[in-house]
Design a binder for this molecule. Sequence first.
Ligand code: C2E
Ligand code: MG
Ligand code: MG
Ligand code: MG
Length: 286
Amino acid sequence: QHAKANKLDFVIYDPKIDQHTLETFELVNALTSAIENNELVLFYQPKLCLEKKKVVQVEALVRWLHPQKGTIPPDVFIPIAEKTGQMNTLSRWVIIAAIKQYHKWRSEGIELSIAVNISAENLKDSEFCQWLLNTVEQLKMPVSALTLEITEDAVVEDPESAIMQLSHWRDRGLKLSIDDFGTGYSSLGQLKQLPVHEIKIDRSFIQHLMSNDEDKIIVNSTLELAHNLGLSVVAEGVENLETLEWLTEHNCEMAQGFYLSRPIPEDELAQWLLSSHFSYIKPKIH
Ligand code: C2E
Ligand code: MG
Ligand code: MG
Ligand code: MG
């Protein structure tokens, strides 16, 4: 971890260095203290069951509320955390925060399962894998209420060890989902072996579905393939009603996207549930 930070340090003396790298270096150091300083927060985005037309789950998405730079999206700092050995700390924080939120919501009459994102770095770390199982048990999270989203890349990197870790989690009852499906070049042979329950079709295939016939063919074939393998399918990046209806007609199980809701802060979810016709959950408070 230290050696990597030093490498970046050294790079700063390169005359071709740009402002971007300098900023990256600052972020690496700042990220270390971000958790201690309570600068990380989770936003939650609803996942809709298309048969019931109701929200059944939310995905936890981390944001960094940087005191000077404002909100930094995960696309910016997750890759840095991955390269500098900080995913272990970050993912542990995310999981604990999500489980606490799960209990808090339940006490308010909000019964939703939660999906959290896990990185390739976590899958490689057998200590993390065991920690996760212990934590879920200690914090009394019903395993059936927790879904782990793992990107297709993470699995492709080292399929054998990924399949081993994932099987371990699946055997304990955790739900597993392959995120950004279609972008990670996994082979059909690997998909067959993956001990997962669900795939999430990447939003690049969904966003322009209505105007793109190739995307329709790809999504339709993916749905058929997944269903034949006994997997459930989530479409991410649903931005309009037409796409939602097309997906319903084509037997997609779940949908997520800006058409339903953007990711929102934890304390705004109750209000969203109260006002949305996509919700049968009516929270006790408010
Ligand atoms: P993801 O898991 O595929 O999450 C979906 C991303 O797509 C989110 O961006 C979400 O805001 C965005 N999105 C959702 N619906 C729509 C839509 O209809 N249109 C468009 N254009 N975008 C939509 P976000 O929150 O910036 O997260 C980006 C990625 O960062 C995530 O992709 C995930 O890979 C990673 N990430 C976020 N939180 C965590 C975390 O706690 N741990 C790990 N390991 N990765 C995380
Ligand atoms: Mg995800
Ligand atoms: Mg995704
Ligand atoms: Mg994504």
